[in-house]
Design a protein around this ligand. Structure first.
Ligand SMILES: [Zn+2]
Length: 243
């Protein structure tokens, strides 16, 4: 499982960017308010890792889940303002108080709501793919060191890993009471599924309405987990056929 930051702004613009951009994709995109958009089915390969290696194995895209977290990443401070990278750091950054790393560098921080969604997606995936070890939940920076900095020092690895560990130690993989309830998902993180690479070509307001419509179309079930189930079935089916 690979966490990234998008080096971009709001969820809708990040999603649009992925829809337009050839050769780059991720399974999930998580907005700053915790809203989640699934862009690629788990049985399909997404193009998020690039040149990469982990535990001596290369080409991480072949066997990983990519989660993109909306965040500008590196910020630069000039006098009293912070700037993000577009136009060579001439765009003023208007977000929350930046995170300052040990070397004095600045990074956009991650809101609690967003981190909660990342953790909840991870739990759901671990539930269905229990062979993923905690140590194999990594950042792009770990599988492409020196080439990629995301999700960077502002990402709260300790908090996320300890929450996941606590959840796993509590028997999460076998205890259904720990399972996310569809209603909780709807209210807390508003998970939404968007069909693979569907070209919306809409302005922002229409895009949001489209998302809302899609969630209400699928009321009564958790479209997101349903998609995971069908992904697993597809995966098993392909695998069984191959062997
Ligand atoms: Zn990345």
């Amino acid at each position: 499982m690979v966490y990234h930051y998008t080096a971009g702004g709001p969820l809708e613009s990040c999603v649009k960017w992925f829809q337009k951009k050839d050769g780059v994709s991720a399974h999930f995109v998580v907005g700053r308010d915790g809203q989640v958009v699934q862009m690629v089915k788990l049985c399909d390969r997404a193009w998020h890792a690039g040149r990469s290696a982990w535990r001596g194995v290369e080409e991480i895209n072949h066997f990983s889940v990519g989660i993109e977290i909306c965040n500008w990443g590196i910020l630069k401070k000039k006098s009293d303002n912070y700037y993000c990278w577009p136009k060579d750091y001439s765009v003023i950054f208007n977000g929350d108080k930046p995170y300052k790393d040990k070397t004095g560098g600045y990074w956009e921080s991650y809101p609690d709501k967003q981190i909660k969604s990342v953790t909840e997606i991870t739990k759901s995936i671990l539930k269905h793919f229990p062979t993923i070890a905690l140590d194999d939940i990594v950042g792009h920076e770990h599988i492409a060191p020196g080439r990629k900095p995301d999700p960077g020092p502002a990402f709260p690895w300790d908090a996320v890993k300890s929450e996941l560990k606590k959840w796993l130690d509590g028997g999460a993989s076998v205890d259904d009471t720990q399972e996310l309830k569809p209603s909780e998902i709807k209210e807390d993180t508003k998970q939404t599924v968007i069909e693979d690479r569907e070209d919306f070509n809409l302005d922002d307001e229409e895009f949001i309405n489209q998302i809302k419509k899609k969630s209400s179309d699928r009321k009564g079930s958790n479209p997101w987990l349903k998609d995971i189930f069908s992904s697993i079935l597809n995966f098993l089916f392909k695998h069984i056929k191959k062997n």
